[in-house]
Design a protein around this ligand. Structure first.
Ligand SMILES: Cc1cc2nc3c(=O)[nH]c(=O)nc-3n(C[C@H](O)[C@H](O)[C@H](O)COP(=O)(O)OP(=O)(O)OC[C@H]3O[C@@H](n4cnc5c(N)ncnc54)[C@H](O)[C@@H]3O)c2cc1C
Length: 342
């Protein structure tokens, strides 16, 4: 990765994106490919996107959350956008193993997902995976001088656009700002209605761990845990702890995940050496993200994809880019429109 650009001189660009998680970077990649100049500002460090398991899982997410056909269709169209997004996808199938397999298979079928049953496993080829940290690093590198390592402290209206000031004193001006800042509070100077909406997002703490042991050749999900092959070892995840935003891994949560993962792979994992991590997901009350215009000229959001930020990322990038170009007319744009809460 190139060293981040200095922001000592004012920078003028087309779109400033606050936050370099999967949503900010998918928006940046999409806008850049469409010929816009973008600047992404982020202090760096491991965010929720980096600790995620990287499952692009329209089928099992739809079946396990027992979603409506409309929501399953949103997940399916999000998965399709990945096909042309320039990232190598690790193929499925992904498996559900455990009690309720018949019901999971029936829900998958009813929602139109491909499914086959193999012994105790319900398999779907529709769910794939990416390696989050590798993909994030490639996208950041692609930004070159558009990657700015800083925290957006303040924003204010300037003429037709916005001025964003970083904690280091650097200034960026652009007609458009996209807040893709995860579960953080909005920068100072954000319009009150927007800051209030962001304040209301529910944080959901997620603990996940990595072991150098290869426990499975495929993503396998079951009651209380999943295992996913990753970087030569295995990820074991993940807790869903609503209302919490503390970042220290907890031993007790780790033991609970190890016990559930042990039942999945059929061996005792309690003594396994683990590198535990925590990320905070953001959610709205309807469980769908905030992606698109806010009603404040030039101010857009890309926030709160709950536990599907990787699945939804490229679709959210597309919706936000369409909004900036004044042509957000899709079903997805309507479903994700932040103005449904104003
Ligand atoms: C344990 C775990 C496992 C998961 N597994 C999956 C999975 O397998 N598949 C899937 O689809 N999803 C998964 N998710 C969910 C997914 O990770 C999240 O939905 C997604 O990462 C949210 O991305 P984001 O860009 O909104 O936020 P983040 O990744 O949190 O990024 C927000 C960024 O904004 C920056 N920021 C905040 N404020 C400012 C500011 N003022 N100035 C500059 N920068 C700022 C932060 O530094 C951060 O880098 C998982 C989540 C967790 C926690």
């Amino acid at each position: 990765m190139p060293s981040p650009a200095s922001v000592s001189a004012p920078l003028s660009t087309d779109v400033v994106i606050v936050g370099a998680g999967v949503l900010g970077l998918c928006t940046a990649v999409t806008l850049k490919r469409r010929g816009h100049r973008v600047a992404v500002i982020d202090p760096g460090g491991r965010n929720a996107s980096a600790v995620a398991a990287g499952m692009i899982a329209p089928a099992l997410e739809a079946a396990l959350d027992d979603v409506t056909p409309e929501r399953a269709a949103l997940f399916r169209s999000a998965r399709r956008v990945w096909d042309d997004f320039g990232v190598d996808l690790e193929p499925g199938p992904a498996a559900w193993r455990g009690p309720g397999g018949e019901a999971v298979a029936a829900r998958l079928k009813a929602l139109g997902f491909a499914v086959r049953v193999e012994g105790a496993d319900v398999l779907t080829p529709e769910d794939v995976r990416i390696e989050p940290e590798t993909v994030l690093a490639a996208w950041r590198e692609d930004l070159q001088e558009g990657w700015i390592q800083d925290t957006a402290r303040q924003m204010e209206r300037v003429g037709e656009g916005w001025r964003v000031t970083g904690a280091d004193g650097g200034v960026i001006e652009a007609p458009f700002v996209v807040l893709a800042s995860g579960t953080a509070t909005a920068p100072g100077g954000s319009p009150r209605a927007v800051a209030g909406l962001i304040q209301q997002l529910q944080p959901i703490r997620g603990q996940i761990g990595w072991t150098a042991e290869r426990l499975s050749d495929r993503v396998m999900r079951g009651e209380g845990a999943y295992v996913a092959p990753s970087q030569g070892g295995t990820l074991i995840g993940a807790s869903m702890e609503a209302g919490r935003r503390d970042l220290e891994p907890e031993a007790e949560t780790g033991q609970r995940l190890l016990a559930a993962a042990g039942r999945l792979v059929g061996r005792d994992l309690s003594g396994t050496a683990m590198d535990w991590r925590v990320g905070i997901r953001g959610s709205t009350i309807d469980g769908l993200p905030l992606a698109g215009a806010t009603g404040e000229a030039g101010l857009f959001l890309a926030l709160a994809p709950r536990r599907n930020g990787w699945l939804l990322g490229p679709l959210i990038g597309q919706v936000v880019a369409d909004g900036i170009e004044g042509r957000a007319t899709s079903v997805e744009a309507a479903a994700f429109d932040p103005r449904r809460f104003f």
